[in-house]
Design a protein around this ligand. Structure first.
Ligand code: ZN
Length: 135
């Protein structure tokens, strides 16, 4: 008999922040979204067979989103979380910048950042600034 996939994982629930725009009032707010994190157990459950071992070797840690919708903080209407991703592998996640960094990059790319101060012009040599002497 082989095990259900869940037997290979330790499960822990967690909340992750997400910024979503309400499709009704178009306001963007930060919401706390519930996820469950499944971390591979350090060893196979007792009584595993070869099939389980092969399956276990292929498993990756992942996050599964529990919430499908949030209640808009501005207008109070429920809307669906627009992200397609209700499952994320945590090794995939580690390679991504966090959302704060991402927003900074977007702000930079769109030119919201103040332009860098121009480098001071080098002073002209005296021979160019000396007043001409007329005789
Ligand atoms: Zn709204």
């Amino acid at each position: 008999m082989s095990f259900d996939e869940r037997a290979f994982f330790d499960e822990r629930s967690e909340s992750r922040p997400g910024r979503f725009q309400c499709p009704k009032c178009r306001r963007t707010n930060e919401y706390s979204v519930r996820w469950v994190r499944r971390t591979k157990k350090s060893r196979l459950p007792p009584g595993s067979d070869d099939h389980d071992r092969a399956k276990f070797a292929k498993l990756r840690n992942y996050l599964l989103r529990l919430d499908d919708e949030v209640t808009c903080k501005a207008c109070g209407r429920k809307f669906e979380i627009p992200s397609q991703h209700s499952l994320m592998f945590t090794d995939q996640l580690a390679g991504l910048p966090n959302s704060d960094e991402l927003e900074r990059e977007i702000a930079l790319a769109s030119g919201e950042e103040a332009p860098a101060a121009e480098p001071a012009k080098p002073a002209l040599p005296a021979r160019f600034t000396r007043k001409p002497q007329w005789k």
